[in-house]
Design a protein around this ligand. Sequence first.
Ligand code: HSE
Length: 445
Amino acid sequence: MKSTNLSPIRVGLLGMGTVGTGTFNVLQRNQEEIRRRAGRGIEITMVADLDVARAKAAVGEGVQVVDDARKVIANPDIDIVIELIGGYGIARALVLEAIEAGKHVVTANKALLAVHGTEIFAAAHRKGVMVAFEAAVAGGIPIIKALREGLTANSIQWIAGIINGTTNFILSEMRDKGLDFDVVLKEAQRLGYAEADPTFDIEGVDAGHKVTLMSAIAFGIPVQFDKAYVEGITHLAAQDIRYAEQLGYRIKLLGITKRAANGIELRVHPSLVPAKRLIANVEGAMNAVVVQGDAVGTTLYYGKGAGSEPTASAVIADLVDIARLHTADPEHRVPHLAFQPDAMSNLPIVPMSEVVTSYYLRLNVADEAGVLAKVTGILASMGISIDAVLQREADEVGGEGATQTDLIILTHDCVEAKMNEALAQMQALPTVLAPITRIRKEELA
Ligand code: HSE
């Protein structure tokens, strides 16, 4: 039987912010149970943060606090470095230096791994150390563990996730209160739900980083964020959410990766999802990921995608894994990206123009004879089949005496390039009075 009397594994933490503090606190609070699970104690013995006073206040006596992360990396007593600095800049250099120094790394940094993962995992493989990143995707939800280990029997078919809490909160508020995006964003910032600079969240970049990581693990392909299609929620209007609802759908920002005939789809964009799907009912800042495997069928993972202790939960799970596998032969550990490094696939990422999906279109049109025929004629000429049409009375849209109205069309599946062409032709009609809104639709059946 393995002894639980091994000396504790020693951890250095870079960046003592919200997640760092949560990690320290949960490790302290649950140390006995964690020790029984890991087979040895796990102790944060050194912390680096530019704000030494704040870090000292968070960790108390007995933990060395420095303002220079490189002092942690250089400390021969440290076995694992937790990187919670974020971003691609100094974090990349520090992670690579920690690997070179023979430390295992735990990181919550999705941006770093989605962009520089290939370099970082190769360096870790060479040095025989682990880089663990459960906290990088969907916070406290153990989705990396599920994909890398729990679902390892499956040929994964697709993954669709609500993996950004800020945008899900905004979309939920827009639906609940019938408000437009800009209004809700301002309110979310005032309440602290959205950051002062929310660009990465609202433009879909954060979700793009996360789906890139899931895609690599699901399909055994390199991380390649640069090939992901990324579209955020800034152009969504309250009426789109309302019309979608009238047609039986909710609008969610989904990160989608899918095995297709021509490669792997990797995309983030707002999507209509049937209201009856569980994932369509994930509200507020919560996250959820649906995975479709050929053997298991559909599985759904739900939980908090951000926050101090939910993210700490994932960081500590990685620490426990490393503590257990620390002494194992590196070849016998779970591979970073689930597949053995020499067995990765070179399946291409499908360009967005070749993706096949269905669509919601909203056209603001002149309320006169023949408009609908012209629009449907263009779709027909492109071979795009219509699933449903909703036309509002002009006075419902623009008030009494209005001469323009909204025409809502749901289509069946077609290739995106055809839809782009149809949209250009419809937009050129003199009776189409405003830029057409196009939102993709995913049945997730
Ligand atoms: N900003 C992210 C979110 C959390 O809103 O979900 C960290 O990835």
